[in-house]
Ligand binder design. Structure first.
Ligand code: ATP
Ligand code: MG
Length: 568
């Protein structure tokens, strides 16, 4: 492509709307522009990158034996009502009506659609296993769209759905996807980790998220320093710390006027946070639940939601509900006499001795409370793991790092096939539900994640396979006819070889051209300049390295070396 014919939307200024680097660079490099909150238009350069990522995904999915499909984004409500997710998805779903007032949504994901397809088409075990995928636009009215295409309201997802006869088959399909995902993210040159993810509430039996380590990530991941254990913090089990050996003291009500927060309590009573247990009140769908954790611990809401068998809406109680449950102002909730549907106790609390709890009476707490003697509840692991905890697998030390979830694979089992009656006749003549898996990759989010990991002060540094163009050819002085003619010749030669080349034939200073190609992240650059008279051009790699002076007759070989070295 001749740059003089291109729409090149590069910007020198850092756009104020963009908080994180990948978002800034996507705007500055002319990859995309914002249309509305969480909605973006792709410009030619950005679209090329997106397509390159799609093609890697497509290639690896095909190699893994999956078949490409394409479903509509406009989905009838009936399917979602059947699975129960019309309500479950809540406000995240874009809902609309046609002229006859039939309800539709813009697909946020496609489990229902593929299950419906399977139940209509798959009759016999002979048709199994199959894995169908699509690369298609999804719509989610995210509560907080942010960070550009990292969390947008319209995005491209590769979603795949596998159908098997039994769990063993599902395990195989799942393993193939696991491997395909590793190949995809390796080809994207991402530093990623597959981590164990929560699958409790969805009823599945296994799930892994593919996480790209990054400060801008919204997820927290636990890594073991000693074994291979890696898990989303949501999922990682925490071990209850043993409490001190003490004789049980008598429960005693104490006056604690105007003490409402944990910190006020700790300071007011002069005790350690480990000497008190907080009681948190949540509304979980229609139930009011209380959960107790040690004063210094953070609640893991996912663990509570799973203990409830999955909930749609899980939120802190407002003051009115707190007052109802405790007969006291906010800040004095405790387990004794509380009026809730369920009382969950983090296991650690059962190991504590003589601790402080709220008294369910305004301005009062109890001291010397003890589990079993003074109150009881449903005991389990309800707290968030911390760096002080040990690896749940090997007992080694752990680290916690931020990560961006670029992909997610999930053993669904028969959740959808049972609720939507998607059955097949097995070899033994019996009617059985299809055993399903689902597998997603956020294509645009992957693009942003690559930028987060591949950039420098001058802009993006695209890996060769992802780059919108492999190489840019720049005549140093546009008025120099020889330079322009030679650049043109090299450019045509590259094109004939199937190398994606740009010829920067704009009437601009060479410095401007360098800046643009660096900002966009073109991996290789050839400059036809002064040394042309000696039959020499300059060659430079975007990812560092010195300028190399290369004979024109050898330049193609030099480029081929790069392609060779970038092979996986
Ligand atoms: P998240 O926890 O980030 O909201 P999710 O669990 O809702 O993700 P899935 O439903 O598993 O995501 O979707 C599959 C993939 O689609 C994710 O791994 C992610 O890469 C991508 N994705 C999900 N939501 C968005 C979004 N709002 N914008 C861009 N990509 C997204
Ligand atoms: Mg989400």
């Amino acid at each position: 492509m001749r740059v003089s014919n291109m729409y090149l939307g590069t910007l020198r200024e850092v756009p104020a709307e963009a908080e994180i680097l990948s978002h800034q660079l996507m705007l500055r490099a002319g990859m995309m522009r914002k249309l509305a909150s969480g909605v973006y238009n792709y410009l030619p350069i950005g679209l090329k990158v997106l397509k390159n990522i799609e093609n890697i995904v497509r290639d690896e999915m095909d190699k893994a034996g999956a078949q490409e499909f394409l479903c509509s984004a406009l989905l009838p409500s009936e399917l979602w009502k059947e699975s129960g997710r019309w309500d479950v998805m809540g406000p995240e779903m874009f809902k609309l009506q046609d002229r006859n007032e039939r309800e539709f949504c813009l697909g946020p994901t496609h489990e229902e659609v593929f299950t419906d397809f399977a139940r209509n088409e798959i009759k016999s075990y002979k048709q199994l296993p199959i894995n169908l995928y699509q690369i298609q636009t999804k719509y989610r009215d995210e509560r907080r769209p942010r960070f550009g295409v990292m969390r947008s309201r319209e995005f491209v997802m590769k979603d795949a759905y596998s159908f098997d006869r039994d769990e063993k088959g599902l395990d195989l399909s799942y393993d193939k996807m696991y491997e395909a995902y590793c190949n995809i993210f390796t080809r994207c040159r991402l530093d990623f980790s597959p981590v164990e993810a929560d699958s409790g509430a969805m009823g599945g039996s296994g799930s892994a998220e593919f996480m790209v380590k990054s400060e801008v990530g919204e997820d927290e991941i636990v890594f073991c320093d000693e074994c291979k254990y890696a898990a989303n913090v949501e999922k990682a089990p925490a071990t209850a710390e043993e409490g001190p050996e003490e004789d049980l003291k008598e429960l005693n009500k104490i006056h604690t006027p105007n003490i409402k927060t944990i910190d006020e309590l700790v300071n007011g009573l002069g005790i350690n946070k480990k000497k008190l247990a907080k009681t948190l009140l949540f509304k979980a769908d229609e139930q009011i639940v209380a959960i107790m954790v040690r004063g210094d611990r953070e609640l893991n809401e996912i663990k509570v939601a799973n203990a409830l068998g999955g909930v749609v809406e899980f939120m802190m109680c407002d003051s009115e509900k707190v007052i109802n449950a405790t007969n006291a102002q906010v800040g004095f909730a405790g387990p004794i006499g509380i009026k809730v549907d369920k009382l969950f106790i983090d296991e650690e609390v059962t190991k504590m001795k003589n601790f402080v709890i709220g008294a369910n009476e305004t301005d009062y707490h109890f001291e010397n409370a003890n589990y079993g003697r003074d109150f009881e509840g449903i005991v389990g692991d309800f707290r968030k793991i911390t760096v002080e905890d040990k690896c749940p697998k090997c007992g080694g030390n752990i680290t916690i790092a931020r990560g961006v979830e670029v992909g997610h694979i999930f053993k669904l089992g028969t959740k959808y096939s049972k609720s939507m009656n998607a059955n097949f006749i097995d070899e033994d003549g019996k009617n059985k539900p299809l055993v399903m898996g689902c597998y997603g990759i956020g294509v645009n989010r992957t693009m942003a994640a690559i930028i987060e990991q591949h950039n420098d002060e001058n802009g993006i540094v695209w890996p060769l396979e992802i780059a919108p163009y492999h190489i840019v050819v720049i005549p140093a002085v546009m008025k120099n006819e020889e330079q322009v003619a030679e650049a043109e010749k090299i450019y045509l030669q590259l094109q004939q070889l199937g190398i994606k080349a740009l010829l920067d034939d704009r009437n601009e200073r060479v410095g401007v051209k360098f800046k643009d190609s660096e900002l966009i992240g073109i991996p290789m650059r050839i400059t036809v300049g002064k040394k042309l008279t000696d039959g020499i051009v300059e060659f430079k790699l975007r990812n560092g390295g010195e300028v190399e002076e290369i004979k024109i007759s050898e330049i193609i070989d030099r480029i081929k070396v790069e392609f060779e070295q970038n092979k996986l």
